[in-house]
Write a protein that binds this ligand. Structure first.
Ligand code: SF4
Length: 305
């Protein structure tokens, strides 16, 4: 890695009073230079507690929007303006409004991987770690619309025994991980424990030993006696897993679990972002306040999350 670029980032980070956040799926060198690494909501909550004036979000747009929703007085920038999440973009606020009209009285739960506009149209937000608890907390007998990820939605249906009105969204990266990838990885590493993210397809999830969010994977491997793990989620996750279990071996489930949007961020772009405070992410105030309500309702259900 270019030391001069790193030194400049260090200088500018202090000058700008900036905090650099990196999602678990970011390239290793970005995770290594960040102030905080983690999942999207955890990072946004962490940043909101700091005295920083600028948040440089190394992730995708909906994550930067979430940071802005929680930290309206901070300037939020993304190093690459085109780093978006295809799953978040699979439903618009207008499509959600139509769905709500088709199911009057239904409660809406949106996965945090959604745009600020969609969060604003939702009653509750959830993460992959707490989606089951959020849905379980809602009154029985109420219809529930779950957007945008159908695979996380099916996982929640299975765990809660409730029928959800699912939107047919999906993560194009997680669905590329195939049953064959798991079977082949198991053949090569028969002792390994298979961890899969709930965004994976149902056949892949059925082959896994544990279904876990990224944060749960980090906790799981720290208390597991196993020394080998097969990881069925975006490959960037292997970097933080190795950090918390340096004695263990981690193998990706195949080679296709790479999110091209997450990999758009480079060290040079982080430097440019700090230098020019680009590319700023804003959320209109009325949308921000409504989106924040759906996040707050989730936190009220799960105060410790
Ligand atoms: S891994 Fe999937 S859900 Fe995550 S940012 Fe990439 S496309 Fe979106």
């Amino acid at each position: 890695m270019n030391q001069r670029v790193l030194n400049e980032i260090q200088e500018l980070r202090q000058k700008r009073k900036a905090v650099i956040l990196a999602h678990n799926y970011q390239p290793a060198e970005i995770q290594d230079l960040a102030d905080f690494c983690g999942d999207s909501l955890g990072l946004s909550l962490e940043a909101s507690k700091t005295g920083a004036e600028v948040i440089v979000f190394c992730g995708v747009r909906f994550m930067a929007e979430t940071a802005k929703i929680l930290s309206p007085d901070k300037k939020v920038v993304m190093p690459d303006r085109w780093a978006g999440c295809p799953m978040a973009d699979m439903i618009t606020a207008e499509q959600l409004r139509t769905l709500k009209q088709e199911h009057p009285g239904a409660l809406v739960v949106c996965y945090v991987n959604s745009t600020a506009d969609v969060k604003a149209e939702s009653d509750y937000c959830c993460t992959s770690a707490n989606a089951v608890e959020v849905v379980n907390s809602l009154p029985r007998g109420k219809q529930i619309i779950f957007v945008p990820d159908q695979h996380l939605g099916r996982f929640v249906e299975e765990k809660t025994g409730r029928d959800l009105i699912l939107w047919p969204g999906y993560c194009p990266t997680h669905v590329l991980i195939a049953e064959d990838d798991i079977q082949e990885a198991r053949r090569q590493h028969p002792e390994a424990v298979v961890m899969a993210h709930p965004e994976c397809s149902e056949p892949v999830k059925q082959l896994a030993d544990a279904l876990l969010s990224t944060g749960q994977m980090l906790t799981f491997v720290q208390s597991s006696p196993a020394r080998q793990f097969i990881v069925a989620t975006e490959v960037g996750m292997i970097h933080p897993l190795r950090k918390v279990r340096p004695d263990a071996e981690f193998f990706p489930a195949g080679r296709r679990g790479v999110c091209p949007n997450m990999k758009k961020i480079t060290v040079e772009k982080v430097l440019a972002s700090l230098a020019s405070l680009q590319y700023e992410v804003t959320v209109p105030e009325d949308i921000r306040l409504r989106a924040k309500r759906s996040l707050e309702r989730m936190v009220e259900i799960l105060p410790e999350k």
